[in-house]
Design a protein around this ligand. Structure first.
Ligand code: KIV
Ligand code: ZN
Length: 521
């Protein structure tokens, strides 16, 4: 097999490192959907979860392993046999499985399992050997590598390679390194480590100082051939390297960075929006590549330049990331074919029955809005996904009285199971009144962790997208919805979150057992 020395593998960890960030928990179905989109967009390796962490994580990793068409499916495991065995159980049915095992090697991390340097070296040898006996494809990571003493890092990387690791990942776990160091470290490992030529070096950067993308690209310049990243840069604290940033940087600046990926960049926008919706982490407006303003031109000078030649102010075409130019505005006279074509240009393929459903909702929206923009359509698609779980509770009717005089009141009909119930409730503002009404019909002890509203497009007829996150006994459920009426979108998102919580109650258990990175021997 010939290996293209300029090919960089994209390892996506949205479903593991991304989902691990506080509050970003995704449901099983959402994980399946995101994994499917990652596979379709050409991600080489999907880190689907941490199988020992919970029954839910195990189930998600094993189902993704069975479902993936072309990506390698990887699970995470700490440096002990129990974790590694559980990980293998979850990934073994994949066409191409991988075990990823790690241990913290820096002085601070070595102190946690209280192992001497020699004891840790032995542990690495044993656990990587064990993983390799189960699976041909083993990735090993010295967590906090960038704060590990050079001599020790070199020693443990050599041990992992000798024990059979096929990928060596060098994590900048706390986002501490800088681009020059990132490149030098990989270069030095490749030059000085025995057996370096037999493995692929990977880079895994966190964004605490805002340097994750630069550090990842620098590592590639130093010889790394796998970038670990997440959609929208989701992840612990300030997040991980953003997939869309490294991929587009390599594409746009191919002149100075002659490396390629297998990503179909036209799928970026859709998956970015789906991850934002299901995680409840909105993308900041000025976020590179996927922010709402990334291709927006406001000032007169910029607009004038754009009209004459788009290259005056754009270094990449919106179409390259899956944004279509609105040359075919959609409105209430548009038909099914136009809707399908527009969705296709946005990288969204839909089965006929799903399209039929969406078409009805599109027409209803077009009746209320002059023009339906790309963003509206994506919100409608997301909303359809959200509605799929909405079986136990359903909003049937809502009338709100609000104004300068408090309290505001909500008159609402909620279907609970097969019965419609009507109540009136008051509250501090219209949304509070509505949520009180829902709670009156369907009493629950869930705590509202997040209530977030965004406008999909400009204008007073814009759709509002609302995310609601609820927590009950360690279970977290995020609901979302979009509507031209912000209060209606809020209630639908709240009801959607409750439906998801009900599903989780039925399945039992909490989302994730407490697992720490402390090495459980
Ligand atoms: O940031 C990190 O070090 C990690 C490891 C588990 C690879 O996510
Ligand atoms: Zn990480």
């Amino acid at each position: 097999m010939t290996i293209d020395k300029n090919r960089v593998l994209i390892f996506d960890t949205t479903l593991r490192d991304g989902e691990q960030s506080p509050g970003a928990t995704m449901s099983h179905d959402e994980k399946m959907e995101i994994a499917g989109l990652l596979d379709e967009m050409g991600v080489d390796i999907i880190e689907a979860g941490f199988p020992i962490a919970s029954e839910g994580d195990f189930a998600a990793v094993s189902e993704i392993a069975k479902m993936a068409k072309s990506a390698t499916i990887c699970g995470l495991a700490r440096a002990n046999f129990k974790d590694i065995d559980r990980c293998w159980e979850a990934v073994r049915h994949a066409k191409s499985p991988r075990i990823h095992t790690f241990i913290g090697t820096s002085p601070l991390h070595r102190a946690i399992p209280n192992l001497t340097m020699d004891e840790m070296a032995d542990r690495i040898h044993e656990t990587v050997t064990h993983a390799r006996n189960l699976c041909d494809n083993v990735q090993w990571s010295p967590m906090d590598a960038t704060r590990t003493e050079w001599d020790y890092l070199k020693r443990v990387v050599e041990i992992a390679i000798k024990a059979g690791a096929t990928t060596i990942n060098i994590p900048d776990t706390v986002g501490y390194t800088a681009p020059v160091e990132s490149a030098d470290l990989i270069r030095r490992l490749i030059a000085e480590v025995d057996g370096a030529e037999d493995v692929i070096f990977a880079t895994h950067c966190h964004n605490d100082l805002g340097m994750a993308t630069a550090n990842s690209l620098a590592a590639v310049a130093g010889g790394a051939r796998q970038i670990e990243c997440t959609i929208n840069g989701l992840g612990e604290r300030a997040g991980n390297t953003a997939l869309e940033e490294v991929v587009m940087a390599l594409k746009v600046r191919h002149d100075i960075m002659p490396w390629t990926t297998g990503i179909d960049t036209r799928k970026i926008m859709h998956i970015s929006r789906r991850v934002a919706t299901v995680s409840g982490f909105n993308v900041q407006f000025n976020k590179a590549i996927v922010g709402k303003n990334a291709f927006a031109h406001e000032s007169g000078i910029h607009q004038d330049g754009m009209l004459k030649n788009a290259e005056t102010f754009e270094i990449m075409r919106p179409q390259d990331v899956g944004l279509s130019e609105s040359s075919l505005p959609l409105g209430k006279h548009s038909g099914r074919a136009a809707l399908r074509a527009k969705l296709k240009s946005l990288g969204i393929d839909m089965a006929d029955n799903q399209l039929g459903d969406l078409f009805v909702r599109f027409k209803a929206l077009a009746d209320r809005k002059k023009e339906v923009f790309d963003e509206d359509l994506v919100a409608l698609v997301s909303d359809a996904g959200a509605a799929e779980g909405a079986d136990h509770l359903e909003l049937k009717f809502l009338r709100v009285i609000c104004g300068t005089e408090a309290p505001q009141s909500a008159d609402l009909i909620l279907r609970v199971g097969d019965k419609d119930e009507r109540v009136t409730a008051t509250g501090d503002g219209p949304v509070d009144a509505c949520f009180n009404a829902v709670k009156q019909v369907f009493p629950h002890g869930a705590r509202l962790q997040l209530y977030q509203v965004g406008a999909v497009t400009e204008g007073t007829d814009a759709q509002a997208t609302v995310s609601v996150r609820l927590e009950e006994d360690g279970r977290i459920a995020t609901g979302s919805s979009a509507d031209t009426d912000t209060v209606v979108a809020s209630v639908k998102a709240y009801v959607n979150a409750l439906n998801r919580l009900i599903l989780r109650r039925e399945k039992g258990g909490s989302d994730r057992a407490e697992v720490s990175y402390k090495d459980a021997g």
